[in-house]
Design a protein around this ligand. Structure first.
Ligand SMILES: Nc1ncnc2c1ncn2[C@@H]1O[C@H](COP(=O)(O)OP(=O)(O)O)[C@@H](O)[C@H]1O
Ligand SMILES: [Mg+2]
Length: 421
């Protein structure tokens, strides 16, 4: 035992060096007796210069800022504090008094840890936290604005039924497939399903599959990990599926995706998890899926360009939006609605002449609601009178594309018989 004790004493300096980044021992009056090797680096001061000096002198010379030994002498108890060294490092110092039997301080032992990196991280963390709080508030505000925009305009029995269906399915997480010609409001109504559902507070992520080339579509959807492929963002990228967490993902123009990507999407929907490109950790996700297309997907299935199993997965609830000419009661309410918007925008108070109303009602609207919006925006700009007249409407509306009188008759009879059913 005695031998071991002696060896310990002989190796005292080395042991102390191993315990802390640096340490310093002073006597009860603050005169420095011993410092470790690391002390020189941490405080940027030579050992030989420090030993024999008092902590007060070194404090005055700016080496200690402030001197913790001075504080221990004053308070007669163990103290821990942060210090900034002369070379701008942040350190955490603890100093402990060791007392004589008579109660006087015999030694003060202090050691430090360099916490520059930790302080740095802390600052970065609190900055990030602040940013996240700011963005969260902004997103909340944007979503609130979005969800208080009650603008679905309709009057027809067909749209009334569709809106009833939308309200009902919104409550459930069932996949919805919206079909119908271009411009009838599929994308618009997908948002409506989101707004009316339990996920309204969550994100609504809309990916137009037709607008992005197939090879990019995969990374947009699934994201990728750092260094997944050449040209990839260094830090990796979060995919839209992950962004839709807790909310709704709309895959618009779903017919446009390749068979290879269809397989991946099917797997992600079935397993409710997926891998980022190049990733090995599966990511679990919880989102509601809505898809939309103006193509006949069943036809794509029989032609072999769309997977049948995916089609059935997507088509749990199918909502088919009829073209505008199949619900002509909606034309004028929609026209008035968009005219109102334009009036507000330009501070005007334009209306429609009866002739213009007649032309609009008879027109076949191949571009549906989208075409109607364009026609009205244009008419407001070019009309020189108080009311928009037939002359302010595009030429083709007055000749080609008009519904024959018989068509109008048949339509009103069928809607009449519907009404009394
Ligand atoms: N019932 C409606 N009430 C108000 N605006 C509508 C209605 N239906 C469609 N719209 C508007 O018409 C435009 C075209 O709709 P969109 O959803 O893009 O059509 P689709 O996706 O079927 O091609 C959008 O600006 C949309 O806001
Ligand atoms: Mg659309």
């Amino acid at each position: 035992m005695k031998v071991l004790e002696k060896e310990l004493k002989d190796n005292y300096d080395k042991i102390m060096d191993a315990v802390a980044d640096d340490f310093l021992i002073s006597d009860g009056s603050g005169t420095i007796l011993l410092v470790s090797s690391d002390f020189e680096n941490v405080y940027n001061i030579e050992k030989s210069y420090a030993i024999g000096k008092t902590v007060y002198e070194l404090e005055e010379e700016g080496y200690f800022n402030p001197s913790i030994h001075a504080k221990v002498i004053q308070n007669r108890k163990k103290i821990t504090m942060e210090q900034k060294t002369k070379n701008s490092r942040d350190i955490l110092v603890t100093a402990t008094p060791i007392f004589h039997n008579d109660g006087e301080i015999k030694f003060i032992v202090s050691f430090s840890r360099d916490i520059t990196e930790m302080v740095d991280l802390q600052q970065k963390h609190s900055k990030l936290k602040h940013q996240v709080e700011k963005y969260t508030a902004e997103i909340k505000e944007l979503r609130r604005k979005n969800s208080t925009d009650p603008d679905v305009v309709y009057c027809s029995r067909k749209m009334e039924e569709i809106m009833e269906t939308i309200t009902r399915v919104a409550e459930f997480d069932a996949n919805v497939l919206l079909t119908g010609p271009s411009g009838v409001g599929k994308t618009f109504l997908a948002r409506e399903i989101h707004r009316k559902g339990a996920r309204a507070e969550g994100p609504f992520v809309n990916l137009n599959c037709a607008a992005i080339p197939d090879n990019l579509l995969e990374s947009e959807l699934f994201g990728y990990v750092k260094g997944a492929f050449t040209g990839a963002n260094e830090k990796g990228k979060i995919g839209l599926i992950e962004m839709a967490e807790g909310g709704t993902l709309l895959l618009d123009e779903i017919s446009e995706i390749s068979l290879a990507l269809q397989t991946k999407i099917l797997k992600a929907i079935q397993e409710k998890e997926f891998l980022r490109i190049g990733g090995i950790t599966p990511i679990r996700v919880d989102f509601r899926l809505i898809t939309a297309t103006n193509k006949d997907l069943k036809n794509s299935v029989s032609q072999g360009s769309f997977r049948e199993d995916l089609y059935y997965r997507l088509n749990v609830v199918n909502i088919d939006i009829p073209s505008l000419k199949e619900r002509r009661e909606d034309i004028i309410p929609l026209a008035n609605h968009f005219l109102e918007k334009e009036n507000e925008k330009y501070d005007l108070s334009k209306g429609f002449t009866q002739e213009a109303v007649d032309v609009m009602t008879r027109y076949s609207w191949p571009g549906n609601v989208r075409e109607l919006i364009n026609v009205i925006e244009r008419a407001v700009v070019i009309s020189r009178h108080e009311d928009i007249d037939t002359g302010d409407l595009p030429h083709e509306m007055l000749s080609a594309g008009c519904l024959a009188d018989e068509d109008l008759m048949i339509d009103s009879i069928s809607s009449f018989s519907e009404a009394i059913e």
